[in-house]
Design a protein around this ligand. Sequence first.
Ligand code: HSE
Length: 401
Amino acid sequence: MTKIAVLGYGTVGSGVAEVLDVNAEHVEDSAGDKVEIKYILDLRDFPGDKHEDKVIHDFEVIVSDPEVEVICETMGGIEPAFTFSKKALESGKSVCTSNKELVAAHGPELVELAKKNNVSYLFEASVGGGIPVLRSMNDSIRHERLDSITGILNGTTNYILTKMDQEGADFDSVLKVAQDKGYAERNPEADIEGHDACRKTAILASIMSGQFVKHEDIYTEGITKITGEDFEYARELHMAIKLLGSCKREDGKFFAMVAPFLIPFDEALANVNGVFNAINVHGNMLGDVMYYGKGAGKKATASAVVADVIDIVRHKGKHIDWNMKNVPAEVASINDDVRNFFVRCDAAGESSARELFGDIKEVVCSKVNGEFAFVSPEMSERDFAEKFEKLSGAKGYLRLL
Ligand code: HSE
């Protein structure tokens, strides 16, 4: 029997209990041992809940109980999750978490601490909800030299963009539904401003580079500027609009960014809709491999946490290592990154656009009046920013994948 504790009985924490209850036999079969929750730590009480007798309010009880071998940290946020995780690892308990904020900020340090104490720090649920992408990167394709990762990494924004596109729904009401479904962060700004996708990109980039990619070094734009008219143009271009997190090695540099992109319909990522996430990883020998599944929500995310518990039980007495050293990675400025841009300006800005951008491709959309819209030639982010700044009547832009 392996006894575990769950820190935080919110959406994911209560999901962990549900997965362990509903799939008890499969969990035992997979882990080779029964897994039982001994404690649930939360500030609240849960009268009437099946596990109400396990709810406690003092972390010290958990950390000082030698019977507890694994701690599921599903609290979110940096503190007290960081302090609790450190104490747990120092006490010889393995930790698994869905807390992308903490992993992005202190993951390599916690992995190092886990190694020192011969336990494990696992965080499958921190990227892509239920998608088993991190374990695969750390195991099945660890021998590959990864060249690029491009993914739809935030379920809430993908849900919002899909509803805006397919149903013409307005931003605020779709966000409300995403919150009700348990997809959104406590502060949904983290989703819609791209911060959540940025943290997940930082985690993927750290595993890809083998070093610590700090989320503060990743250029990030969210989806708040995207309007119904952008989708009208996107349809003319036979493209979808998706918030992408990406990182790549190019010309000896390491780039990472988060921003909304126009993606041709014939690309797989353009067809990833609703709460689903997809992550395309390119290895030097393997080529492209795509991971797809539910990127948010109680059961999917909790299932990934339980997968980590099982991995830890199977490797009792051993440290599960990550290729993610606690050494800062150098992230290049996006200024030198080159691509095409889709640009909208007032109709009167056409001559300014032609003069500044040269060989442009006009995009005509009968549903949008009084505008001139075009696709720029390939140019660096630096050149584009300079030209867009000078463009007369500039209204907005999107990058093309
Ligand atoms: N708010 C996050 C999302 C939850 O929408 O993707 C899963 O990390």
